[in-house]
Ligand binder design. Structure first.
Ligand code: 5AD
Length: 384
């Protein structure tokens, strides 16, 4: 699928024509990764963060948030939970927390790899390369780092520098490299990780051309995992406070933002960001047929009744049940409205299994690696 076609689908307003896109994405999903839905158990082990991302509730500047760091034993209890629930992968996610010591996390990874059969995925932000190498050496299999938007000007606007005392070194890297997360994704791949990127859809100032760039970036980086969700305004963040849902505010915000997207009619807004996120999921599946693509929590937040199902039937093949203990889960407030804050894990996983079965799909067993699907027996021509 070329850029013109990608753009045409992004701009397509007609629901009936869109049925064709959904059907095509679903067929590509079935042909290349089958009917299995892989479960990834998410453990949100620390909500400390040194970054100041303008959209995220964990940003260092959000002083209203009570911060926590789980102990290794608490995390291991969640990991054993994953094993008991028949989940094949644990995802250790945190803010970009300088308090997560390199050796501490390496030790934890070694413990998981020796005591369980689980694949280990990390999602801990833009850490120094030495950390990423140490954690891979300790046994980590995968790393998730969404690039959020491939539009460098927009990326910079929503990612202000860290406070000077915290991470001068990281900011230097940031001003020198064109897009730090794209560079880091390439490095992660070289280090041997299965690599996951992704984007938010509906960031104020983002346009169709930007989303087409994001999709082309998925293809260019040949990502193993692609996470896409709608942007959800968080009231305790600069971007959320500015009224991410109010078109009039957006207009003034956007008018002093000079980019290719200055045509206001092409802006993605809150009212259409869910459908637009689903379009990006579907297009991601078509351009990266073998990738593992989650039906994301943000989709479930904007549409609690059907969000997961819509993702799974429009290209996605992964669900990430939250294994974080409820008391901590409530504090891992990236955006408001995260579901299941009072649910116990076993019931939540059971509900997910039922929803998957209701779609005529089944839960995948084992680690569910995208790399395994890339075995040389797959004809190269089948991959575009
Ligand atoms: N709305 C939607 N997604 C968000 N994320 C962070 N803040 C928000 C928000 N306000 C996403 C980012 C990040 C991931 C962990 O959560 O894409 O990479």
């Amino acid at each position: 699928m070329d850029r013109a076609e990608i753009l045409a689908w992004l701009r397509e307003p007609d629901e009936r024509r869109l049925d064709e896109l959904w059907a095509r994405a679903d067929a590509v999903r079935r042909r290349h990764v089958g009917d299995a839905v892989h479960l990834r158990g998410l453990v949100e082990f620390s909500n400390h963060c040194v970054r100041g991302c303008a959209y995220c509730g964990l940003r260092a500047g959000n002083r209203r948030l009570t911060r926590y760091r789980m102990t290794a034993d608490e995390i291991m209890a969640c990991v054993r939970r994953a094993v008991a629930e028949g989940i094949g992968t644990v995802v250790l996610q945190s803010g970009e927390d300088d308090g997560t010591r390199t050796e501490w996390l390496a030790g934890l990874i070694r413990r998981i790899k020796t005591e369980t059969p689980l694949a280990v995925t990390l999602s801990c932000g833009e850490r120094p390369e030495a950390d990423l190498a140490a954690w891979h050496a300790a046994g980590a299999d995968r790393y998730l780092l969404r690039f959020e938007t491939s539009n460098w000007a927009l990326f910079r606007r929503i990612h202000p520098p860290c406070s000077p005392s915290r991470s001068r070194e990281r900011d230097r890297e940031r001003t020198e490299s064109p897009h730090p997360r794209l560079a880091l994704l390439a490095r992660l791949r070289e280090l041997g990780y299965e690599t996951g990127g992704g984007a938010m859809v509906g960031i104020p100032g983002q346009g169709y051309e930007d989303l087409a760039d994001d999709i082309e970036t998925f293809r260019r980086l040949d990502l193993d995992m692609i996470g896409v969700g709608p942007y959800i305004p968080h009231p305790h963040t600069p971007l959320g406070r500015r009224g991410g849902s109010r078109i009039s505010d957006l207009t003034s915000q956007i008018s002093n933002f000079t980019s290719r997207t200055s045509n206001f009619t092409s802006q993605i807004t809150k009212s259409n960001s869910e459908r637009m996120a689903l379009k990006v999921v579907a297009l991601a599946r078509i351009v990266c047929p073998r990738a593992n693509i989650p039906s994301t929590t943000a989709l479930a937040v904007v549409d609690p009744a059907r969000g997961w199902e819509l993702g799974l039937t429009r290209g996605a093949n992964v669900i990430m049940p939250n294994l974080t203990p409820p008391a901590y889960r409530a504090l891992y407030e990236i955006y408001p409205g995260k579901p299941g804050l009072f649910e116990n894990t076993a019931e939540a996983v059971e509900a997910i299994r039922r929803r998957i079965a209701a779609l005529g799909r089944h839960v995948g067993t084992g680690p569910g690696s995208a790399r395994a699907a890339r075995s040389p027996t797959v004809p190269a021509g089948a991959r575009s």
